[in-house]
Design a binder for this molecule. Structure first.
Ligand code: PLP
Length: 408
């Protein structure tokens, strides 16, 4: 029996598995590991949203199969959000679809539009579903640098001139996971011009639309005139309303892409449980103070982390958005690469981070630090990172010894 499945062969082992296994072992041995490795919001969903879920669940009619595209009330709530937040008009019937989290939407849209051998332009480093959605679908990725600047546009131009066949689609993700980079409307305008000219679809992932600091709300690509000719944008309830486990996201924009996703999903699912969708609509239509509070919580954590690391001798750029700091490996440890450095940090400082290599080869000079521990725990982590860095000669010597033993 063939066990060498074509699709599975194209999925490398999960890089984070090694760090996760080490974390599990350390915890089993009684270590208190402070875990910045995950991108999983740790706070509860605001109570008014949970109450709505409970209320809607009491209605037996809501227990039936839902609608694969999402209930109309939720699609309308998304359209109203786009109108008030971005001044973008959306037709909730044809230009908006509810997904089981944006990850599902990205993966199934990739599946819907990719023919075997198609080339897709994907930033690197990136959130894994951005390349792997297309790889699972039988496509190939050509990686472009993630920086939203002239280098990016030049790389797009090179990719189109030198790829055979021509790329069918481009993935964008600003604010970016893992780098926390932001794009402005001017950049989106240039990308839209370019992709319209070359007939390339754009899939923009705006999962961190509302997790921004310093009063700088990230724009939507759909604000660019003509963007709907080629672009679809993914948004999510997961981070904005602390609803990661509820699995509600959206795709909005180009009708052909939304239609393709709706078609493929109609074969695969019956939509999220209706009460979840009712509660999600309530979240979007209801009071928004909770969003400000979630933003403020991440901002406090960010400041404690970045200021603390600076004082500990580790300079990390302060993220303007997302729930991550993208930290360059301190120079003395750079030769180790991100996986070894992450392991060392866990062993010596009892702090877990995500190695940048897990987000692609160009991520190997960095680790991702999630803003998922409270200020008290963050301060505790910063203190132990400080003593780890202060004793780095000894730490490096130890790690070289361990590597020699492991190697020989
Ligand atoms: C950039 C990005 N896109 C999408 C997702 C997935 O979000 P969802 O919960 O909506 O599937 C994440 C989650 O971490 C993310 O970081």
């Amino acid at each position: 029996m063939d066990q060498d499945f074509h699709r599975i062969r194209r999925l490398p082992p999960y890089v984070f598995a090694e760090v996760n296994a080490m974390k599990a072992r350390a915890r089993a041995a009684g270590d208190d590991i402070i875990d910045f490795g995950m991108g999983n919001p740790d706070q509860p969903t605001p109570p008014h949203i949970v109450e709505k879920l409970i209320e809607a669940s009491r209605n037996p009619r809501a227990h039936r199969y839902s609608m694969s595209r999402g209930i109309p009330g939720l699609r309308k709530a998304l359209a109203a959000y786009y109108q008030r937040r971005f001044n973008v008009d959306l037709d909730p019937e044809a230009e908006a679809i509810v997904t089981l989290g944006s990850k599902e939407g990205l993966a199934n849209l990739a599946n819907a539009i990719t023919s075997p051998g198609d080339i897709v332009l994907v930033p690197n480093p990136s959130y894994p579903i951005h390349p792997y959605g297309f790889i699972i679908a039988g496509g190939s990725c050509r990686y472009v640098p993630v920086t939203p600047d002239a280098d990016f546009l030049a790389a797009l131009d090179r990719a189109v001139r030198h790829s055979v066949p021509k790329p069918i689609a481009l993935v964008l993700n600003y604010p970016s996971n893992p780098t926390a980079l932001l794009a402005d409307l001017d950049f989106y305008g240039q990308v839209v011009d370019f992709c319209r000219h070359h007939k390339i679809w754009v899939l923009s992932d705006l999962a961190y639309a509302e997790i921004f600091f310093d009063g700088n709300p990230p724009p939507s690509i759909l604000q660019v005139p003509g963007a709907k000719d080629i672009a679809v944008e993914f948004t999510s309830m997961s981070k904005t309303y602390n609803m990661p486990g509820w699995r509600i996201g959206f795709a909005a924009g180009n009708r052909t892409l939304v239609g393709a996703l709706a078609r493929i999903k109609s074969y695969l699912d019956y939509g999220a449980f209706t009460p979840i969708q009712v509660a999600a609509a309530h979240a979007l239509n209801g009071p928004q103070e909770c969003v400000g509070e979630i933003r403020a919580m991440y901002k406090t954590r960010r400041d404690v982390l970045i200021e603390g690391l600076e004082a500990a001798g580790w300079s990390v750029p302060s993220p303007a958005a997302t729930m991550f700091a993208w930290a360059p490996i301190p120079p003395a440890f750079a030769h180790l690469g991100s996986l070894e450095f992450s392991k060392l940090l866990m062993r010596e400082a009892k702090v877990a981070v995500a190695p940048g290599i897990g987000f692609g080869e160009y991520g190997d000079g960095h680790v991702r630090i999630g803003l998922v521990e409270n200020p008290h725990r963050t301060r505790q982590a910063v203190r132990s990172i400080k003593s780890f860095l202060a004793g780095y000669d000894r730490v490096l010597e130890e790690s070289e010894k361990q590597r020699a033993v492991a190697g020989g």
